[in-house]
Design a protein around this ligand. Structure first.
Ligand SMILES: Nc1ncnc2c1ncn2[C@@H]1O[C@H](COP(=O)(O)OS(=O)(=O)O)[C@@H](OP(=O)(O)O)[C@H]1O
Ligand SMILES: [Mg+2]
Ligand SMILES: [Mg+2]
Ligand SMILES: [Mg+2]
Length: 329
């Protein structure tokens, strides 16, 4: 890997998400997820906590001054009736950090509770697509570094993502702003291949992807948009930022995330890593109004609504179609 301003950050980030992937894969293989329900009724598992612990530990040790904005916190694990879940998290983390104690694991998880904007900050989704993880489908471990509100470094591990060409399963997508986007097998992160988005300029041939859960992205609105663009094929529904990855490596042209209810504000950890990977692969990412994503506001994309990510050449046409459908609907 050539040395650049952020090469040390990328090295640490890669090692951290690879270790987290090992924990997630092992827990998924046991089929015992110790699932809890959060206040918003979304699921969280022993793997989300374990992944957050190891990634926060690695980032904090390498860059002790940098805050971390991560999805989870340890509050539920500190409840006396959740002691068995906590013990399981400690056991799973212990497989990659031998002799980790309960207090250490809780402390590492809580290194991710920053929420305020800072000139330099990391953001982590320890498992993006927890519902996909529970279904044994797609999920991602998404880590990014923001500097002055811009995503500069991304490491996006997709442990269940395959390819058409080979039997390999599990890929790592990485990017440093201005230096391109790369994919490697999770089993060999140094074996990097540069990726680029599809060069297609015809909307009618576009392949588009969206969330599996209709609560996360409006499926009937997206099919209206697809229809107005002349797209005849069905959308590909997959969980997590794996959607950004498939657009980045040229297997789809469009990722639509259309608000399902007024008032939901997207979280930065759901988009930071994926959006840089697409941009560095030649694509474009905006919100549904065509505005750039504003990562400078802390944990929330409070200035944005929904997401439109494309290969690049199709972006304007897709934004226009979304606007038209919005006006007519
Ligand atoms: N209402 C609403 N609208 C939009 N987004 C929401 C909403 N509620 C939750 N979330 C976030 O969706 C994240 C998962 O998104 P996905 O695209 O992977 O969804 S899906 O699993 O494919 O259905 C999910 O991330 P994880 O919690 O990391 O899985 C949430 O942050
Ligand atoms: Mg969640
Ligand atoms: Mg998420
Ligand atoms: Mg998550």
């Amino acid at each position: 890997m050539a040395d650049s301003q952020y090469s040390q950050e990328l090295r640490v980030a890669i090692q951290a998400v690879v270790e987290a992937s090992k924990i997630c894969r092992h827990i998924q293989s046991t089929e015992d997820f110790a699932e809890l329900s959060k206040n918003d009724r979304s699921p969280v598992t022993v793997a989300d906590f374990g992944s957050q612990a190891v990634v926060c530990k690695a980032i904090h040790e390498a860059f002790p001054e940098d805050p971390m904005i991560a999805e989870e916190d340890s509050a539920a694990l500190r409840l006396p009736d959740q002691i068995s879940v906590l013990n399981r998290v400690v056991k799973e983390v212990g497989k990659v950090v031998p002799d980790a104690t309960q207090e250490q694991v809780l402390g590492w998880i809580d290194q991710g509770i920053s929420r305020d904007p800072a000139p330099r900050t990391w953001t982590l989704d320890p498992i993006d697509g927890t519902k996909g993880f529970l279904r044994k489908e797609q999920y991602a471990i998404a880590l990014a570094l923001l500097v002055d509100g811009q995503v500069k470094v991304a490491a996006l591990a997709c442990p269940n993502l395959g390819t058409i060409e080979s039997d390999e399963v599990g890929f790592l997508f990485t990017a440093i702003r201005g230096e391109g986007a790369y994919v490697s097998p999770l089993s060999d992160p140094n074996d990097r291949t540069r990726i680029s988005t599809s060069s297609s300029i015809f909307t009618r041939d576009a392949r588009f992807c969206e969330s599996v859960e209709s609560g996360h992205s409006d499926h009937s609105w997206s099919s209206e948009i697809a229809h107005s663009l002349g797209i005849t094929r069905d959308s590909v529904r997959l969980d997590s930022q794996a959607k950004y990855a498939v657009v980045a490596r040229g297997e789809a042209e469009i990722y639509l995330r259309l608000p399902t209810k007024p008032g939901y504000v997207e979280k930065i950890w759901d988009h930071a890593a994926g959006s840089l990977v697409i941009e560095e692969a030649g694509g474009t990412v905006t919100d549904v109004h065509g505005h750039p994503l504003d990562f400078s506001r802390g944990a929330l994309l409070s200035e944005n609504q929904g997401i439109i990510a494309t290969n690049g050449p199709l972006h304007e046409a897709v934004v226009t179609a979304v606007k038209k459908c919005n006006e007519n609907g």
